[in-house]
Design a protein around this ligand. Structure first.
Ligand code: IMP
Length: 451
């Protein structure tokens, strides 16, 4: 049985809580794209862990796999693993030998290119983790893969090809002064320094037996009857193919990415459950248009501030305050279609409690026409005027009591809101998040039981 959990919006929908809850029935938790741009906070036995690469399930004794579709910064991975070990947790993390490696120059280039792009408003507001430049090198067939770290000759060959190109790009095209002004970056573009550090990382990976042929490893697990949970990072609207290009990440968070990024075939993933995680409003860390953004006037800004504070809407990785908007339903219809959702989980329903008004963007007006889905170009999306639908606001209640009593204990207005969403995306609501803690979730279905 497989369950794939995907972000329906712009990332940060609170997928972690559901991965955590349903992950209890999984034996293996698989990441299939992205890298240390994703942040998740896990609370286990009263201790809080902030992670970006180690899958949350690995804290709870599951095997965590970083699939071939991921880009892995070994510095981040080992720093997270070492930190966990110091705190008495020894996570079982396996790394696909086909995954690509984020090298120090990728981070430097990420920063430089964002700065250059900002002159023409094309910067995506990246997390600066070198994600895009690493996927560029993967597509350009000049990347370094995890498997290459295990063979010093291959590693040297790859570095000798790619590093001088990157150094030239940095110094000649972008004018980076690696001698004086930015001497701190010199080692990031130095073959010998990189070879020394990354061949040592290869030795450590080998010593700790961390690398796998992900597709084969997962097939064996399935043959043994184990349950796999695929954990999408980021969200559908920042998918490189289906999102608001160019304000996107460089991978496929959508459910199709689970196949390509893990080596488990689409017929397997498709026989399982695909659950979309929805936040009851929108939040966005990056740049680009946001038609339902709450930024029109002082009143809207005050409302956004209130939601931001109550929802703790500050980036896990970067700490940046997130932009806030009303729920965008055309975005959800798009996500339901692209991912083939079988169910949704709706988070942060408590955050909207007690507000004077609750709205959703039901449709858009675009060039005089009404449309119920996202247009294909981001420029058209920017011109969309939301057609709002108002909902009866729901009151603050004792959410812990609701979590105990179940769905019917939710305020009626909140249930109406959820039932509207379910109708619009065409699938049932499996879970409702009503607070930051894992226990503050109303679970209606466990997708692992829906075989
Ligand atoms: P990158 O993934 O760092 O290249 O950033 C590209 C875009 O994706 C930027 O708009 C980021 O803010 C956004 N992004 C990347 N990771 C996350 C995430 O985990 N949550 C929300 N947005 C993200």
């Amino acid at each position: 049985m497989t369950v794939t959990i995907v972000g329906s919006q712009l990332g940060d929908e609170g997928k972690g809580a559901l991965v955590d809850i349903w992950g209890g029935d999984a034996d293996v938790v698989v990441r299939y794209q992205g890298g240390d741009n994703a942040g998740h906070t896990v609370v286990h036995d009263g201790t809080e862990y902030k992670l970006s690469l180690v899958p949350s399930g690995a804290i709870r004794g599951k095997t965590g796999v970083l699939g071939n579709g991921c880009v892995v910064n070994p510095r981040t991975l080992f720093s997270e693993i070492d930190d966990l070990r110091e705190r008495g947790v020894d996570p079982d993390v396996r790394l696909a030998r086909r995954a690509h490696v984020i090298l120090p120059f990728h981070r430097v280039l990420d920063g430089i290119e964002e700065e250059v792009k900002s002159d023409s408003d094309l910067d995506a507001g990246t997390t600066g983790r070198g994600i895009g430049p690493t996927y560029e090198d993967k597509a350009g067939r000049r990347g370094v893969r995890v498997g290459d770290l295990l063979d010093p000759d291959v590693l040297r060959e790859r570095l000798e090809y790619v590093v001088p190109q990157k150094r030239t790009l940095a110094t000649e095209v972008y004018g980076l002064d690696l001698v004086d002004e930015h001497a701190e970056y010199a080692e990031a573009f130095d073959v010998e320094a990189l070879f020394e550090e990354y061949s040592e990382i290869g030795r450590r990976l080998e010593r700790e037996e961390m690398t796998v042929n992900a597709g084969e490893f997962l097939a064996e697990k399935r043959e043994n009857g184990e349950n796999l949970l695929f954990e999408g990072a980021q969200g559908t609207s920042i998918d490189i193919d289906h999102g608001i290009y160019p304000y996107v990440t460089s991978s496929n968070p959508t459910a199709g990415g689970a196949c390509v990024g893990s080596g488990v075939g689409p017929s397997v993933i498709g026989r399982g459950e695909v659950v979309g995680v929805v936040k009851a409003y929108l939040s966005r860390v990056g740049t680009g248009p946001l038609p339902t953004e709450l930024d029109g006037d002082e009143r809207e800004e005050a409302l956004a501030d209130e939601i931001r504070e109550r929802g703790g809407e500050f980036g896990t990785v970067t700490g940046r305050p997130r932009r806030i908007g009303w729920l965008d339903v055309p975005m959800l219809r798009h996500a339901a279609r692209v991912n083939g959702f079988t169910g949704i989980g709706v988070n942060h329903v408590d955050v909207l409690a007690g507000l004077d008004e609750v709205k959703v963007g039901h449709a858009y007006e675009l060039d005089g026409e009404t449309t119920e889905t996202m247009p294909t170009t981001t420029e058209e999306w920017a011109r969309c005027e939301p057609v709002y639908r108002e909902f009866e606001p729901w009151p603050e209640v004792d959410w812990n009591a609701v979590a105990e009593e179940g769905y019917d204990a939710l305020p009626e207005a909140a249930r109406e809101y959820l039932s509207y969403l379910s109708t619009e995306v065409g699938v049932p609501v499996y879970a409702v998040g009503i607070g930051p803690n894992r226990e503050q979730t109303v679970v209606r279905e466990n997708p692992f039981d829906l075989d």
